[in-house]
Ligand binder design. Structure first.
Ligand SMILES: C[S@@+](CC[C@H](N)C(=O)[O-])C[C@H]1O[C@@H](n2cnc3c(N)ncnc32)[C@H](O)[C@@H]1O
Length: 289
């Protein structure tokens, strides 16, 4: 369900208190991004107070064992922004995990070790050059994982990675299968596009794999309602469609929502009908009590 609506009144209007299991979102960063409708520049204190009100609305909507994944990135000239946002949310939630979304990375073969099977040095991902002798190019954003009490059980192996050195599968007491915790650095590149205006008409998106990984980490079987209050082109809705999860999204912009709807419809046409039906059966609405 996608609503063209301000999420502040929209969240309590559309979602009963405590009914949401996972929120994955990326708010506007107040960096003067050229959004189609939203004006992305206001005094810092006013912006942070607004983030606080959004966090209040999410807090009311979120179930006691729910997860709130908040993606925020800084800029070379404003590296404090994501930390200021997290600080604003701090009085409302416990910061359970800090995940680093890595957009590009270079790995030298000599440092990766023999078990990496690298045949040479690699540099992968999205590279956006910054013409500066002062600043490094920004290759990372934060995903703050907030919860009510900091004790939400996670399905770490649902986003786990196979051991490079297979002898570790037997060596580590807890390792019953060839998977280990991925840790808090997530390499997630953007899909390559040819023309922004037609292929990705929005200045600040995340790839659907980001919310998909957040949903899986929380535990897909425990998600009866997923939400993104700042939907943009619908990455979170696409991820929910892939996993067969009930989803509610908000954006104030009708053009972005139109693209989001088309993308979700394409995804739903692609997803086999079986898993979607199965998911609905597994999570009937009356299981909330
Ligand atoms: C950083 S973008 C989100 C992008 C999204 N994660 C994606 O991958 O496409 C923030 C979005 O919030 C929307 N927005 C701004 N104020 C809003 C509000 N009060 N309620 C709902 N959406 C809002 C903007 O139109 C913009 O699309």
């Amino acid at each position: 369900m996608l609503w063209q609506e301000d999420c502040l009144p929209g969240l309590p209007r559309r979602l009963p208190a405590g009914s949401v299991d996972v929120v994955v979102t990326s708010p506007p960063y107040n960096r003067g991004m050229a959004y189609h409708r939203y004006a992305d520049r206001r005094p810092r204190a006013e912006y942070l107070a607004w983030i606080g009100r959004v966090a209040d609305a999410v807090r009311t909507a979120l179930a006691p064992d729910g997860s709130f994944f908040l993606n925020v990135g800084g800029s070379p000239t404003d590296p404090w922004l994501p930390l200021d946002v997290a600080q604003e949310v701090r009085s409302r939630f416990v910061l359970q995990n800090v995940i680093h979304w890595v957009k590009s990375i270079a790995i030298e073969r000599s440092l990766a070790g023999a078990t990496s099977h690298l045949t040479g040095d690699i540099a992968v991902g999205h590279y956006k050059p910054v013409p500066s002798s002062r600043f490094l190019h920004g290759a990372q954003e934060y995903i703050f994982h907030f919860s009510h009490r900091g004790d939400v059980r996670l399905d770490r192996l649902a986003v786990g990675v196979p051991y490079q050195d297979k002898s570790n599968v037997a060596r580590w007491g807890g390792a019953r299968r060839d998977l280990r915790c991925r840790g808090n650095t997530w390499f997630l590149p953007y899909a390559t596009i040819r023309r922004r205006a037609t292929d990705r008409p929005h200045p600040a998106t995340f790839p659907p794999e980001l919310p998909e990984r957040c949903f899986r980490l929380h535990g897909v079987d425990r998600i009866r309602q997923a939400v993104d209050p700042f939907l943009g082109l619908g990455a979170s809705a696409i991820a929910a469609a892939r996993l067969g999860l009930p989803f509610v999204g908000f954006d104030v912009d009708e053009q972005y929502l139109a693209v989001a709807r088309r993308r979700v419809e394409t995804e739903l046409a692609r997803v086999p009908i079986g898993p979607r039906q199965l998911r609905r059966k597994t999570h009937p609405p009356d299981r909330r009590q």
